[in-house]
Design a binder for this molecule. Structure first.
Ligand SMILES: [Zn+2]
Length: 500
């Protein structure tokens, strides 16, 4: 499994296998298309809500209903996502060589839409047909509490995959095809095309909601859901607005796994680290940077995401020397703990040793740190971006800060790209968003031409050796890269908050 959509609101690429190049982008596109179909349909919205309600707040049958909904749209989803990925990437079909199941999805999709694609572009045909089958009329009769109370044993209504079978029959009927084509060509707005197409399918027993009902139902159920605790659902408006913004808002949902799982944490207090955690054992060397240690300022939740065995008592951001040991099995994450000692003091004392301190933290950690933390003498600092980057950069730009950014690739075994951002010409503080190639392109497209934003060339980046070492440590010790999904919002600071 190289990628999967969680059926809720995000997807994951498994990069542990070293998947790169155009295949990585193909998988990104495929998974992103699942998300697009989910977030722009009633069926997908209902599944997102059912999937996000905290287990403690919902009856058992809500999760069983979610599973039933997932089974009921699998064929529809895979056909759409596979078609979209093949048609949008240059080597699309080559990536499916030998993959019988997905070739079959592709062929089914092409066959389904063939009666339409002589006259309309495949994008328009696929967008409308697959969204229509994800839109049974019965679903819109449910409000939030009725949805959470649904029981699939009562056969609430047709599923997308059932509607897809009916649609296939309908498309073999010439009158219906003519009706659909004139719906797509003759109506000025998306909503009018939708209603005309839904009407053309009605004689085949396909009961779909009309557009106005959807436009009323979606915001209402999302608003109702968002009053509850737990992760918020974001209302996506796919028909208007800045397409580069909606693309990056979707792409920043992408999660990357770099290893099979989190490491076990081995830690000790700095006063008495023991031989296995002495600085010499923790130190690493890097071609250009020479011998160094990673001095990390991390929120314990960051450590909990990346490793198991973090003490329950750790509640606030703390300082430590960080390394991982992959020569032993199972591999370990090593942490020499300085508690909340001032980073500048510890950095100064490390500089008296043969090792240079490489300073590392994360955006979530900084947003949860109190403003008195002394980072003087930390230069350059690399801040791994681990809360939504759109909100972070938009908030900076709204404060009229100017920013420079670079899109850098570091090759390596994971084929990652890094979007590095500096604010107000301060080259000491580097925010690094490590992501897939497809996601870095989405950030790039979104930032291009924005006021106050300058894209710089790789030659203008002055911390190449430091960044390369930072990336090596990040990829070595972290197993999961994602934005957001923190258990609780950190205390409010002057800056954007993660969505929790
Ligand atoms: Zn898929």
């Amino acid at each position: 499994m190289v990628g999967y959509h969680d059926g809720v609101d995000s997807w994951t690429l498994d990069l542990a296998s070293g998947m790169g190049g155009s295949f990585q982008s193909f998988v990104s596109l495929h998974e992103r298309s699942h998300q697009a179909l989910h977030e722009t349909t009633a069926w997908g919205t209902a599944m997102t809500i059912l999937g996000l309600v905290p287990v403690a707040d919902q009856p058992d049958r809500a999760s069983r209903f979610w599973e039933w909904m997932g089974r009921g749209c699998r064929e529809t989803h895979e056909q759409f996502a596979t078609l979209a990925a093949v048609e949008s990437s240059t080597e699309g079909l080559n990536h499916l060589a030998g993959n019988y199941a997905y070739l079959q999805y592709y062929r089914s999709a092409v066959g389904l839409l063939a009666p339409l694609t002589h006259d309309v572009p495949w994008v328009a045909a696929a967008d409308l047909m697959y969204r229509l089958v994800m839109s049974p009329a019965w679903l819109l009769e449910l409000d939030l509490s009725a949805l959470l109370d649904c029981d699939h044993y009562t056969s609430p209504g047709t599923t997308p995959d059932e509607a897809l079978t009916d649609l296939r029959h309908a498309l073999s009927d010439e009158t219906t095809v003519t009706g659909l084509l004139s719906a797509m060509a003759g109506q000025p707005t998306y909503g009018e095309r939708w209603d005309a197409a839904a009407l053309a399918l009605r004689p085949h027993g396909i009961r779909l909601h009309d557009w106005a009902a959807y436009e009323a139902w979606v915001p209402a159920i999302i608003l109702e859901y968002n009053k509850r605790r737990g992760r918020a659902v974001v209302l996506v408006d796919s028909t208007t607005g800045d397409p580069t913004l909606s693309r990056i808002e979707a792409m920043q949902r992408e999660r990357l796994t770099l290893h099979a799982g989190p490491l076990a944490l081995t830690w000790a207090k700095a006063q008495n680290p023991g031989p296995s955690l002495s600085p010499a054992q923790i130190a690493r060397t890097h071609e250009e940077l020479g011998p160094h240690v990673v001095l990390a300022w991390l929120h314990p939740e960051v450590l909990r995401k990346q490793s198991v065995g973090v003490p329950d008592a750790w509640a606030a951001p703390r300082l430590g020397l960080l390394a991982c040991d992959r020569r032993i099995d199972p591999s370990l994450l090593l942490w020499v703990d300085f508690d909340d000692a001032p980073p500048s003091v510890v950095a100064a004392s490390i500089r008296k040793t043969p090792f240079a301190p490489l300073l590392m933290t994360t955006l979530y950690t900084l947003q949860a740190s109190d403003g008195s933390i002394d980072f003087r003498g930390w230069a350059p600092v690399f801040v791994s971006v681990d809360t939504p980057i759109v909100e972070f950069l938009e908030s900076a730009l709204s404060r009229e800060e100017v920013l420079s950014y670079w899109v850098l690739g570091t090759g390596g075994s994971r084929y990652l790209n890094h979007v590095v951002v500096q604010f107000n010409d301060d080259s000491a503080l580097n925010f690094v968003y490590t992501c897939s190639v497809m996601t870095s392109r989405a950030v790039d497209d979104w930032l291009t031409g924005k006021e106050g934003v300058t894209r710089r060339s790789a030659e203008e980046f002055t911390h190449r050796a430091g960044l390369a070492a930072f990336i090596e440590h990040l990829v070595g010790s972290f197993w999961l890269l994602e934005l957001g999904r923190w258990p609780a919002a950190p205390p409010e600071q002057d800056g954007p908050l993660p969505t929790g």
